[in-house]
Ligand binder design. Sequence first.
Ligand SMILES: Nc1ncnc2c1ncn2[C@@H]1O[C@H](COP(=O)(O)OP(=O)(O)OP(=O)(O)O)[C@@H](O)[C@H]1O
Ligand SMILES: [Mg+2]
Length: 345
Amino acid sequence: MSNILEVKDLNISFHTFAGEVQAIRGVNFDLKKGETLAIVGESGSGKSVTTKAIMRLLPPGNSEIKSGEILFDGKDLTKLNDRQMQKIRGKDISMIFQDPMTSLNPTMTVGKQIMEPLIKHQKLSKAEAQERVIELLKLVGIANPEARFKQYPHQFSGGMRQRVVIAIALACNPKVLIADEPTTALDVTIQAQILELMKDLQEKIDTSIIFITHDLGVVANVADRVAVMYGGKIVEIGTVDEVFYNPQHPYTWGLISSMPSLDAKDEDLYAIPGTPPNLLYPPKGDAFAPRNEYAMKIDLEQQPPMFKVSDSHYAATWLLHPDAPKVEPPAAVKKRMKKLPGSNK
Ligand SMILES: Nc1ncnc2c1ncn2[C@@H]1O[C@H](COP(=O)(O)OP(=O)(O)OP(=O)(O)O)[C@@H](O)[C@H]1O
Ligand SMILES: [Mg+2]
């Protein structure tokens, strides 16, 4: 499968009063045509900054892409000027944010808001755009679209608003759709409906999706591949099966162990001890070392490279070095691995 997006050795810093925060430190990944890639990792690991860089939506005042390339259809997005980027944003690459209320304009009807990108990017006439909006509202599961067209966001429930945001994002048939925690602001039953919708859309449309989530539980359901981020780096990447059933990085083990389980009798929720690194002073070695009970001397001294586990599975942990002691994932992880949604092992 060919790649629609290639992120190569991306480094991004923020200049703050306290100094330079090295938020993204050598991120590499690609997105294949038609696939869904999930990005998971604790708060502050760099998920949003990575995707905002793709959209070129980083705050212009204090952020800096220090180095790297973001190749979309062969073009390096980091090199485009604002005008060139505006032609791509919302058309070829679009994004859904966490909170549907802040993404919508409260003073404009929902219909007009969905029409905007169609008129701007696709140069549709008003009548054509209106017709397409009705189609899009139906696609995202909004009943009575003709009447809904004329309503304002406050007349929609939270879940319905997120459907509208998704309709806007899909209006121009983007090649890449980025969804940054699209369900976290919604209550649990609505979350499930929006995820169901995303899955459904995936089958109907030919868009590649980057899906950011805290919730490992939904990953197995929506994604083809998973990238695990920690301290501004991808520490493990592979297919859903590889990362869930054959995880290699101790941080991934920690994430899997700390997944809430549906089993009510389950022991107390595990939390990874310690705190993420302060990226004002990135550590010399593996950023996870201070929290890693399997850390070796080299973890404190040198950053691990990405070791190859299979053609599609890579992990940055010294445990994969041929000379490292063989360490099995802890029992708690193995137990969880049997209980993952969709797991029949
Ligand atoms: N505008 C900013 N100024 C300074 N630092 C920033 C800014 N935006 C992000 N950062 C830093 O960049 C790092 C990565 O942040 P990012 O928002 O990508 O995390 P995240 O993985 O999306 O977390 P969350 O799950 O909480 O959304 C953090 O250390 C954060 O403090
Ligand atoms: Mg974020």
